[in-house]
Design a protein around this ligand. Sequence first.
Ligand code: SAM
Ligand code: DTB
Ligand code: SF4
Length: 358
Amino acid sequence: MSVVSHAREAAGQPTPLRHDWSRSEIEALFALPMPELLFRAASVHRQHFDPAEVQVSTLLSVKTGGCPEDCSYCPQAQRYHTGVEATKLMETDAVLEKARQAKAAGATRFCMGAAWRSPKDRDVPKVAAMIREVKALGLETCATLGMLTGDQARALKDAGLDYYNHNLDTDPEFYDSIIQTREIQDRLTTLEHVRDAGLKTCCGGIVGMGETGRQRAGLLRTLANLPSHPDSVPINRLVQVEGTPLHGTEEIDPFDFVRTIAVARILMPRSMVRLSAGRQDMSDELQAMCFLAGANSIFYGEQLLTTGNPDTERDMALFARLGLRPMQVHVDAEHHDHPGTAHVDIIELPQHPRSFAA
Ligand code: SAM
Ligand code: DTB
Ligand code: SF4
């Protein structure tokens, strides 16, 4: 980062968004003394967000396991023996029941995940029905279904989908060591279809997979240099699942995890940086450091897709202890611009849901 942009941040002036980061500039941020890195990230965070607000999303696996891909971190790949049982796509009513529970617990975004390489065209109307009805509950909607064609992305948008999650997962240089059944270019193409359909993008990656510091910088560089910064950037710490090839990988130093969050915040100042998978094994103090480093979103609810997440009570207590509040959104699911297209107004509300009250 230049001396000029650092001076602008210190003076509280927003730095222009950049899409031309070099790996060495990013490595230099990682190499800063921790107090300096946290100060810079916290300064950027305050330019665009209230640092006491954290966006709260709940995940549901609507189709679990049996996936033909070989992602070496994933318990849902059929080829690994992880004990995850393959299921069919859930019925809409069952999904809605989970979405109602998530809303009652204080979530504002509901993310539906499917263990697919890509959805079949016949699956899309079924997922579209889920999206329409979840949206009608007043929740923001997100889906993660694998690779999408342009037509599929537009169909999901027409159903009222707000966000599509599709991660780069790792540095293009490390990618082949983690996944062989599809290329990073396939992911970039799906992201292009998602943006072209007018959907917001949720795109991040996983750390703690044995990557080097240079490769961690490379992941963040690829994310920040996308044509537009992802609206949400999930930073997952590998959840090691027995039976997957990455089980037994040396764990990432917790401070390097915090550095990854801080650098993501600096590179993508307007994005929601999500402290994602891996929270269950983190201390409250480590999570607090991540919030100080600019994380402002979490997955909330006792389950991620197939693995655990902190209890809602623990998260509510953590928010109360740290003086954090869930970021409020109002989703106007009733207003239609024209038939078949839901228009979303997201307005910050002053009230906190009871489920998070201190
Ligand atoms: N099948 C779709 C796909 O791969 O895009 C959607 C579901 S997939 C499980 C969504 C993301 O979950 C992956 O891209 C990866 O970043 C994350 N993920 C999966 N297993 C994980 C693990 N063990 N630890 C951390 N993140 C994981
Ligand atoms: C993301 O980046 N992380 C979430 C969500 N997007 C879909 C998934 C984490 C999965 C962790 C392993 C599991 O529970 O199966
Ligand atoms: Fe399949 Fe997605 Fe898991 Fe890869 S990450 S094995 S595509 S469910």
